[in-house]
Design a protein around this ligand. Sequence first.
Ligand SMILES: [Zn+2]
Ligand SMILES: [Zn+2]
Length: 252
Amino acid sequence: MKEKLYTIELHDALMSGDECPFCYMERDLEQKAIEFVLGSSYMESDTRDKTDRQGFCRHHTKMMYDYGNTLGNAWILKSRMKHLREGLKKEMSGFKAEPPAKIGFFKKREEGSGNSVSAWIRGEESHCFVCGRVDETYRRAMDTFFYQVKHEKEFMEMVKNSKGFCIHHFADLVEACCAKLDKKEQDELLPVLFDQMNRELDRIQEDVDWLIEKFDYQNKDKDWKNSKDAVQRTMQKIVGGHPADPVFKAVK
Ligand SMILES: [Zn+2]
Ligand SMILES: [Zn+2]
């Protein structure tokens, strides 16, 4: 494998006690990308050229605002704005409303694809500089997972001893399992992953159930067990990410 493997990062993530190793890695990558873009790199022309073209999704725009650095954000926005204005002006002057016949009676009409201006805007919204950086490494972390499954005997023990995966990243994991492993390997790995998922979801369910029970006055003196942060962990298990994280800010 020519591309870099993220063995150490993946091992750390699995042993971190997080509800999902991919959420754990994603957080680190996301924060590093924000630090990078709002560090001094926004003054470098090749980075700015990329941020002009790729832009930022709504989630990462909010993260950039929260991180701080007003001047850095202003520089990035100034030239992204220029890029968008030029593009939009061009699209508006050559506006084409696609005739409905072309969409086809049975074909589901994709939102925004019916005319040239909306299609162009949707296109611009489909990419993000931070998402792009995170996705690239995430993809390689997924490759590393399967490289380890194939080449390191102890790896699956490490997976079994972890808290499993969030449902969001589990979709990618199972998809990659089908794409990267042969039938025999899939038959060995998938039951292990499915068992673990059932077990870990049972655990989370118990935690959130008990949290609700704790609000019953009859249980007020009983132990919290593992339910104190059950809301945060259940949110993560279902949609991924770390809802209880404090806002990520520049260190002053
Ligand atoms: Zn996750
Ligand atoms: Zn993004």
